[in-house]
Design a protein around this ligand. Structure first.
Ligand code: HMG
Ligand code: MG
Length: 311
């Protein structure tokens, strides 16, 4: 069943200039989604998932992480996954890399695009990376230098941009300082992570407004309090045009217990479609993929759009 068939209301007036004409979707389901599953999903299932996401028109598929296998056993199969991956033309398959050991592994696997992941707070830097805030940059510095020298692209994530479960409020200036350091290091884009899903639109504006180069920002909202789509639309109005989301709303972070799934890609696509913003995704194929993945995982997708389209 298609969006049109179920009566998705679309705009009859032209887009207001403050929304982008097109949004790039950075699909994180195979990484952020599956890293948080209690069970370990077989490589063959992950490969089928990535293939179906590409079939649905997604062109950036964050595939896995080269982190310590004991820290995230769900992604310990990163080498096997990349060896079996049929790389589609026009599809980018970035991976997470925290340190030089991770970079060695990613290079050996033929990766062309990596993402380092920093924290805006001391507490989460310690819990997620076993480093202080300053030490995380010492860890990233040689990774970025070498990756750029090897011709790779490097994205930077910042976690806990809108609140931290151990420290409470996070000052936007703290996020800006971390972001500037990542940009200075050579990251081409910074993704602002609401790791535990506590952001609301006013705060999103405050954090984004402090950056000089808004066109180099992406947003990454988890949907713990149901605000991820509202926050995303706010970010789009502020000038951001890359949005991280996960098929079916899979996701979370194993080192932040209150993190639930990401903004569901289907929820995002439904909104973009209705607003007349280009996204390039076949919503029906995507929703069927998420329904299939939910079956593999043995529980329904939390995405309301997936439920509505496939229920
Ligand atoms: P550590 O224990 O401090 O590591 O962990 P170390 O540097 O002391 O090394 C200890 C041993 O681990 C060494 O082996 C290393 O070789 C090995 P030994 O010499 O003892 O035999 N090692 C590795 N092995 C394989 N691959 C590696 C690797 N690194 C070291 N990459 C470390 C530090 C960073 C490795 C660890 O803390 C880690 O893996 N953390 C990753 C946690 C993670 O993946 N979290 C989820 C992703 S972030 C996220 O989800 C947030 C995001 O979605 C945005 C948002 O929502 O906010 C991105
Ligand atoms: Mg995340």
């Amino acid at each position: 069943m298609g969006a049109r068939e179920v009566g998705l209301p679309t705009r009859s007036v032209p887009l207001e200039s403050f929304y982008p004409q097109r949004v790039t979707i950075w699909e994180v389901g195979a990484r952020d989604g599956l890293q948080n599953e209690k069970s370990i999903v077989p490589v063959a299932t992950k490969l089928e998932f990535l293939g179906r996401l590409a079939d649905a028109g997604l062109t950036t598929l964050e595939a896995t992480s080269f982190v310590h296998p004991k820290w995230v056993p769900q992604l310990a199969d990163a080498e096997e996954l990349l060896a079996g991956l049929e790389r589609r033309p026009g599809v980018d398959y970035p991976v997470l890399v925290p340190n030089e050991r991770g970079l060695d592994r990613a290079l050996a696997a033929g990766v062309g695009h990596i993402a380092i992941f920093a924290s805006a707070t001391e507490s989460f830097a310690k819990r997620n990376l076993n480093r202080t805030l300053d030490e995380q940059f010492e860890m990233f510095e040689p990774v970025v230098t070498r990756a750029l020298a090897e011709g790779l692209r490097v994205r930077g994530y910042i976690s806990m941009c809108f609140g931290d479960q151990w420290e409470g409020d996070v000052e936007p200036e703290q996020v800006h300082r971390v972001g500037e350091r990542l940009l200075d290091m050579g990251c081409w884009q910074i993704s602002l992570g609401d790791t535990i899903g506590v952001a609301t639109p006013g705060l999103v504006e405050d954090v984004i407004a402090g950056f000089d180069e808004i066109d180099r920002l992406a947003v990454h909202f988890h949907d713990t309090y149901g605000q991820a789509l509202a926050n995303t639309l706010t970010a789009l109005r502020c000038g951001v045009s890359t949005v991280d989301s996960s098929a079916g709303g899979l996701g979370g972070c194993p080192y932040a217990e209150s993190a639930t799934g990401n903004l569901a890609t289907e929820d995002l696509v439904w909104a973009l479609e209705g607003m007349g913003i280009e996204h390039g995704v076949d919503l029906d194929a995507l929703a069927r993929t998420s329904a299939w993945m939910a079956e593999q995982l043995g529980r329904p997708s939390p995405s309301r759009v997936v439920q509505a389209l496939t229920g």
